[in-house]
Design a protein around this ligand. Sequence first.
Ligand code: GLY
Length: 291
Amino acid sequence: MSTPLVLVHGGAGDVPEASRAAHAEGCRLAALAGGKILSTGGSVIDAVTAAVAVLEDNPAYNAGVGCALTRSGRVSLDTAIMCGKTRDAAGLAALDAFPNPVKIARKMLHAPEVLLVGQPASEWAERNGFNRVPEDELTTEAARLQWHRVVDQGESPNFAGGTVGAVARDADGNLAAATSTGGTMGKQSGRVGDSPLIGAGTYADEVCAVSATGVGEAFMRSVFAARLSDAVRFGKEPGEALQVMLERVRDFFDGVGGAILITPDSDPHAFWTTVGMSHGWWTPDENGKGI
Ligand code: GLY
């Protein structure tokens, strides 16, 4: 028997001191939402969906409400989900303004396609019961101000931080992972990061479940999540594997960030090469914790 667990992150970066408590509380509430699914008999896939949806609805993070904007000020969303037991996976990239992209990925989990992009992705979502909303509904004042600083004043876009993700485990050791993001602030239209790419920013199998955050291009070039899973599969201690892989992304692929990882029997693992990464977890004994 495994201990059921939901572990979430609210993005690696440098959250201002004044906002850190709110970011931590957002993670606690998201983990709790995932935990409610598990404790009432729901699946790990539904647990990560619920947890990520709570983070998407929270304007503090760069996903759903409050997401980063393209260079032309538009919403363009990336998300993915993966079931460790079946290895079913679904990603949508450069999606139009939908309130909870992770729910669309959840709906697509058993479709034959693994990745849909751009307008056809948005059309698939509409055909499957999801409604676009005006972009203003996902665009906060804070995001618009940051967009101005990056696009009009030349501030470094760096990466927006605040990409969100969750991993979950049930009592049988089944795993799942999900990630959602608005990408980098001021990004080129059509730019896709690591989050919706299975094996880069999101991955789950029977060995581990991973969700990453950070400079997407570096996580893509390093094929981060799949290589991390293989390191654990071939005997590396999970926490050490996570640290080594993130340092490798930083030192060999020129990108900082963070990630969360669990295995069928591990503690929750979180590591970052940035100033910080808000995260939180739920277990039956620990009813929601946020950092
Ligand atoms: N890691 C999220 C992104 O680069 O889009």
